[in-house]
Design a protein around this ligand. Sequence first.
Ligand code: ZN
Ligand code: ZN
Ligand code: ZN
Length: 309
Amino acid sequence: MHNHSHESSHHLENEDVKNIGTAFFLNLFFTIVEFVGGAITNSVAILSDAVHDLGDCISLGMSWYFQHISKRAGNKVYTYGYKRFSLLGAIITSVVLAIGSFLIIAKAVPRLFHPEQPDARGMLLLAVLGVIINGAAVLRLRKGHSINERVVSLHMLEDVLGWLAVLVGAVVMLFANLPILDPILSIAIAFYVLTNVYRNVKESLQIILQAAPAAIDTDDVIRIVSDIPEIESVHDVHVWSTDGQYNIMTVHVVLNKEKSLPELHELKEKIRRKLQSVGIQHVTIEFETDKEDCSMEGCCRYYSQTENL
Ligand SMILES: [Zn+2]
Ligand SMILES: [Zn+2]
Ligand SMILES: [Zn+2]
């Protein structure tokens, strides 16, 4: 995956940070326009989108900021480095989005029963602007190379769809007397936002609670290591992730016969290569023979169900 020379990957990272910075300022500008526009047009659907975009701003701003922070090397306090700091961004964004969405729903629900007429022409204007601004960001970021850029561009594509829904709603309200469409759109957008909040919070909490990374099956990993011919069995297996991308594992490996240090070195590299290929970048291995009575053998006890694999 990382075949670029140092020079070109450094260049790509800078480009990545710059593109996310541009997306941040565009979003910030547009969010202000939306809150003002939502108040002027008396449309809760526009306000719902404004809250959504406020969340986008915070999350873009954070990922822009943490892009720098997370590259800092570890030190004696944060020995893993600063990668997990990016989770803070996800959680803060989620809290803001959840509060905002509930406030909007509380405002929109009464309007289901007593619809107020929004200014459909103003809504249409804002929706067209929303489609253009988010569409431009998608086109710009789609050419990006980093995962981060692709994730952001995918998200903005969803935003374009949200604005298209408001656009269609506004056109309908221009011709038909259906003011109830406004709170319906508003609540639909708020629920969509809350679904994403739930997914992000769940993912972040799993990482904080030291769950095995979603893309890695602990049983498979145990099998990969214990299938190596020189290895008798493994125990005290732990797999976790600092930030959802950088994955860490510790394992005790029981050898079927004693080995010299150079042989152990070779075996260690072999294990590391195999685990690297399934996405575990940081592996700590402890070697032992079955003559040793390992005090960590009962640790956390998960391996015991799988030790005979
Ligand atoms: Zn968005
Ligand atoms: Zn052990
Ligand atoms: Zn353990």
